[in-house]
Design a protein around this ligand. Structure first.
Ligand code: AMP
Ligand code: MG
Length: 346
């Protein structure tokens, strides 16, 4: 008998266990499973009641759409329609991988999957267990991140248990997620491809593959008002106040030290997010490493009841764009060295 806590089964990654997980999915249940980005909370995308349970278990607002996971590029046609040439170029290069494509939703797919939008986000994860689970289920699997809404995304099965024990049927135990931040969400329904959420595949890689400019929602270079329902929510946030220090690297470092001193003298517990400041070394941050450990660090600091998390900005190239996006969303304040101005995040 597999272990179970408060009704939530802990399953291994072997074939019989994954068959059990697939049966749960087919009966309308919820299974948290590993992917290369973060752990997903899966239900049969074809079953509106099961999809509704995802929103309930997470406490997720009903207007925040999910991502549909497929096990094969050919399965894309069952969930999306009117596929543009760009979609084929991208799936060929980046699937399996951390790229979700927003496309017109297929008629047969429940509207609830994409919170009633005419579009749907689809991806093929680069993880053996995830792919086998989808294959064994025989249906595409709708899955947002397997955390309670508002908490940092889960990158280990323990994070999933912290948030969802007793609320879902099963969790598949696997190694920590290798990428550590969510997939890039790329909207292909407009004239110009638009990154709604930066993630594991970089803007540079997308532009190189498509041979055209790719816009990023929220950056000044994008003129219009983008619509991504998920973007208005304050995700990715630790309980502690996170202060993001931006500006000239050396001045930044001095300010972080001064802030730590000031807060500690007020009796507050201070934690450093970037390894460079934690180790008191002015080494270059490794953005991949920071991405892979970001949510684990946030959760651990919450457990340690840290009051103030100090984080330094990093360059927004490659995965750095995704890391900075998450840091900005998590930040209660951004402090820019030079101006000395304290900007409260709205
Ligand atoms: P999660 O898997 O929890 O990271 O959430 C999925 C995210 O993908 C949502 O918060 C949205 O920002 C984005 N998304 C999913 N489907 C769509 C869609 N049809 N249109 C725009 N954004 C989407
Ligand atoms: Mg999420």
């Amino acid at each position: 008998m597999p272990a179970s806590i408060k009704g939530t089964l802990l399953l291994d990654e072997n074939h019989p266990s994954l068959k059990k997980a697939a049966n749960i999915i087919n009966r309308g249940g919820l299974v948290a499973f590993p992917t290369e980005t973060v752990y997903g909370l899966g239900a049969a995308a074809t079953d509106p009641e099961a999809v509704n349970r995802i929103y309930e278990a997470k406490g997720r607002p009903a207007d925040n759409p999910l991502i549909v996971h497929v096990s094969d590029p050919a399965q894309l046609k069952t969930v999306a329609r009117d596929l543009p040439e760009k979609a084929f170029k991208l799936t060929e290069r980046f699937w399996p991988g951390p790229l979700s494509l927003v496309l017109p939703r297929a008629e047969g797919l429940p509207a609830l999957v994409s919170a009633g939008l005419p579009s749907v986000a689809v991806r093929m994860p680069d993880h053996r267990t995830a792919l086998e689970l989808i294959r064994l289920s025989g249906v595409p699997i709708a899955a947002p991140s397997a955390n309670r809404s508002g908490k940092p995304s889960p990158t280990t099965y323990r994070h999933v248990l912290e948030d969802l024990t007793g609320r879902i049927e099963a969790v598949i135990k696997s190694a920590p997620c290798s990428v550590g931040v969510e997939s890039t969400v790329l909207d292909l329904t407009g004239e110009t491809p638009l990154i709604l959420r930066p993630g594991g595949v970089s803007r540079e890689e997308l532009e190189e593959t498509l041979g055209c400019r790719v816009a990023v929602a929220g950056l000044k270079s994008f003129p219009g008002k983008p619509l991504s329902p998920g973007m208005k929510y304050r995700h990715y946030s630790p309980r502690a106040a996170l202060i993001l220090v931006a500006g000239h690297p050396e001045k930044r470092f001095a300010l972080v030290k001064a802030l730590a001193y000031r807060y500690r003298s007020l009796g507050l517990k201070v934690g450093y997010l970037n390894p460079s400041i934690r180790d008191d070394l002015k080494q270059k941050v490794d953005p991949e490493r920071l991405a892979a450990t970001l949510y684990e660090l946030m959760r651990r600091m919450d457990q340690q009841e840290i009051d103030i998390i100090l984080a330094e900005e990093i360059e927004i190239t490659g995965i750095g764009l995704a890391v900075m996006n998450r840091l900005k969303k998590a930040a209660t304040r951004t402090l820019r060295v030079g101006s000395g101005k304290l900007q409260r995040k709205s």
